[in-house]
Design a protein around this ligand. Structure first.
Ligand SMILES: *Cc1c(COP(=O)(O)O)cnc(C)c1O
Length: 510
């Protein structure tokens, strides 16, 4: 291959055009100082043809896509990150296989260590982060602090476990996560992992973490002891870029299998919460991948559906608890990157809208901006419909999907009915049905309700013909390795103790 002469892609803030940082600096910082998100100054075009891409495996495809965004990483660095992330932690060689069922193509993004799609990005982020740190002459170890209401904490723990130069500390509300989620976290292996239950709710955990991030005295003390904080937040560009890869990979699998001709447009349907996954599909389209419609699926928290209908984003509404909890979100943070783009990359205009969102909980885009949303289609699936979709697909095709994926499939049915569009369609399948076994089995037959969680797991395996994932087997038998519980006020001292920093700031490690 020729020496790569791609132009360096720089990143600016969605709220301040004056900010210019490299990819590695954007990954290290996470969020810009003005509260904006880092965006590439231009979205690069795919520089390898689709036919050629269709011959590449997942890791090779990842390199082709990611090198165009992370231009200050060397080939050797990027390949090392990719190979460390997408290895036997995933239970299939293809990493993200595509399954046809009832006329749609399900892109299974749940074959990683925590059996949900967050693994696609969180398995590589630690490696990108540590490479970025070394590249920017950061000598300190990176300490990831996370507050979790369940899922993200486990995916981050699994991603960072035993990654040299990092430590990860996860706080969760002791009585605020499901028993399975708690077990997943407290059984986490890895010398550099630390899991703490707090006597408080998720908001208190979140606030406690934010306070530590902005505590200057603590930062100094950390620095003196060779540490600095960072976050694995979903707005980090280091989580977004790896998500573009699987859309390219899905398209080129369809091409390789002769399902589509080269250049034939396909639709993608994405069950959406924070808008990260579908934004990655939008970036893939902007790179030149032949994607026709970007179909945004919401559950009953349908802020995004209303936004695509009216041009008005309004979070002032009741928060609904649904059977697809990872999409129970009223502020979709990554939408800001789309708003910035349809505002003509105008940071000032975007900043005004975001100010209105934080002060009034609402903003409205102009007609001009709205016209640029024609690639998107939004709709939502209610709770009963979600259950009916699971049952129907199981009965028709013997294929069992989780509740989040079912929300997407439900929206796809509505889209097809309204538009009569027959283009081939990829549905992002974001969690294994084994992660939401109780809701899934209830949908198939409410008579299952009387069984225990593990009886349901065995039954799901039997009816779907899918082997029980390692992640589930582990929590049946794995020993509990973390039992620290603390008060909210004790969070900083717990962090210091774990890092071996004494109260007066001296290093106590032997
Ligand atoms: C996080 C998550 C989503 C939502 O993805 P966003 O990128 O936040 O839109 C959907 N499904 C599952 C299972 C998730 O964990």
């Amino acid at each position: 291959m020729k020496e790569d002469k791609t132009m360096e892609v720089m990143y600016s803030s969605t709220r301040d055009a004056g900010v210019k940082v490299t990819a590695s600096q954007a990954i290290l910082k996470g969020l810009a100082d003005d509260g904006g998100l880092f965006v590439p100054d231009a979205i690069p075009a795919l520089d390898v043809g689709l036919q050629e891409l269709s011959k590449l495996n997942y890791q090779e495809t990842a390199y082709v896509v990611m090198k165009q965004f992370l231009t200050d990483f060397t080939e050797e660095e990027l390949k090392r990150c990719i190979n460390a992330a997408y290895d036997s932690k995933f239970d299939v060689k293809q990493i993200a296989p595509l399954k046809e069922a009832d006329g749609a193509y399900y892109l299974e993004l749940f074959h990683g260590p925590t059996i949900a799609f967050k693994d696609m990005a969180l398995s590589i982020l630690p490696h990108l982060l540590i490479t970025a740190a070394r590249k920017n002459k950061v000598e300190n170890d990176i300490v990831i602090l996370t507050a979790t209401s369940g899922d993200t904490g486990k995916a981050a723990l699994a991603g960072f476990a035993d990654v040299e130069g990092t430590k990860i500390i996860v706080f969760y509300p002791k009585n605020g996560v499901s028993p399975i989620q708690e077990r997943q976290m407290v059984t986490q292996k890895g010398k550099n992992t630390f899991v703490v239950g707090i006597h408080g709710n998720f908001d208190q955990a979140q606030t406690g973490v934010k306070q530590m991030f902005s505590d200057k005295a603590l930062a100094e003390l950390m620095d003196k002891n060779g540490y600095q904080f960072s976050s694995a937040n979903s707005i980090n560009i280091g989580r977004l870029v790896p998500q573009i890869v699987y859309y390219v990979y899905a398209y080129t699998r369809l091409l390789a299998d002769g399902v589509i001709a080269e250049g034939e447009p396909v639709n993608v349907v994405v069950p959406t919460g924070n808008f990260g996954n579908i934004l990655a599909a939008y970036y893939a389209k902007n790179m030149g991948l032949p994607i026709a419609k970007l179909i945004c699926a919401s559950n009953e928290n349908k802020v995004l559906y209303d936004f695509f209908e009216t041009g008005k984003y309004d979070k002032n509404r009741a928060f609904m608890l649904t059977s697809s909890p990872s999409m129970d979100i009223l502020i979709s943070s990554n939408l800001e990157r789309l708003i910035y783009r349809i505002a003509g990359n105008d940071a000032q205009k975007n900043a005004q809208l975001m100010k209105s969102l934080s002060e009034e909980g609402v903003y409205e885009i102009s007609e001009d901006m709205k016209k640029q949303l024609s690639d998107f289609y939004g709709n939502y699936t209610g709770e009963e419909e979600t259950a009916a979709v699971i049952k129907d697909l199981y009965e028709k095709a013997g294929y069992v999907i989780d509740t989040h994926t079912a929300v997407a499939a439900g929206v796809y049915h509505k889209y097809k009915e309204q538009t009569k569009d027959t283009a081939k369609t990829v549905i992002a399948s974001t969690a294994s049905p084994f992660k939401f076994t109780r809701s899934v089995m209830h949908a198939i037959d409410p008579a299952y309700d009387s069984k225990t969680d593990f009886e349901l797991v065995d039954e799901l395996s039997r009816i779907s013909g899918v082997k029980i994932p390692q992640a589930i087997e582990e929590i049946r038998s794995a020993p509990i390795l973390h039992d620290t519980v603390c008060e909210v006020e004790e969070m900083p001292s717990v962090v210091k103790k774990f890092l071996g920093i004494s109260a007066d700031g001296t290093d106590q490690r032997g």
